[in-house]
Design a protein around this ligand. Structure first.
Ligand SMILES: O=C(CO)COP(=O)(O)O
Length: 214
């Protein structure tokens, strides 16, 4: 299972979470990565943890003030990027452009979507993976795998109908090892989570619990 921790703009110490993730990664077969804000990419990558960007823009080098260039994220140590997170929505054409920009820079891609229909559309753009995250469950602590298991199974089916090579993650409210196992049982290849780790009093303990049953 892939466990991708999105730090959003939570007021956590990104390096402390990254070090915890790096240490827990060494104890498990799960693959753990951390997605800090763009300005923290370099410091997080220096810990040795697998580092992802939260977003890249559909642009190339040039006159693009205030944007995140995929190559700059890669230079800072990112090996992958989220695209179209629920809190950073893009137009379909820009999702496509951001995937192409990420590919150009050698970044792995996970395109987020609200529901199975959007997952099908995202899979048609041939990212490496898609992630279904019902917005109403994000940050609630109620796991999507429990509150809406059909959305995960339907997302897995929707992606497979379009492109068997696109793997499917799920997210929203995931915070325990039980939630991760439930996600795997529904056909998900990984989980995308944030508050369960970024807002935990002890992120290392929260992460250890997450991967314990894997
Ligand atoms: O948006 C999410 C991950 O990208 C999910 O957030 P929570 O894990 O806080 O529900």
């Amino acid at each position: 299972m892939f466990v991708l921790i999105n730090l959003k703009t939570y007021p956590c110490d990104p390096v402390a979470v990254a070090e915890a993730a790096r240490d827990v990664d060494e104890t498990t077969d799960a693959r753990i990565a951390v997605a800090p804000q763009a300005t923290h990419l370099e410091r997080v990558a220096e810990t040795g943890v697998e580092t992802w960007a939260q977003h890249v823009d559909p642009i190339d080098y040039g006159s693009n003030t205030g944007h995140t260039l995929a190559e700059a994220a890669a230079d800072a140590g990112a090996v992958g990027t989220l695209i179209n997170h629920s809190e950073r929505r893009l137009k379909l054409a820009d999702v496509d452009g951001a995937i192409r920009a990420a590919e150009r820079a050698g970044l792995e891609t996970v395109v987020c979507a609200n529901n199975p229909a959007q997952i099908g559309a995202a899979a048609a753009l041939a990212p490496d993976a898609v992630a279904v995250e019902p917005p109403e469950l994000i940050g609630t602590g109620t796991p999507v795998s429990q509150a809406d298991p059909d959305v995960v199974e339907d997302a897995v089916d929707a992606a497979a109908r379009v492109d068997e090579d696109v793997t499917v993650l799920c997210g929203a409210g995931i915070s325990t090892g039980e939630d991760v196992v439930a996600a795997a049982d529904l056909g998900s290849s990984g989980v995308l989570l944030a508050s369960g780790v970024a807002k935990a009093d002890d992120p290392a303990a929260a992460l250890a619990d997450l991967v314990e049953p894997l």
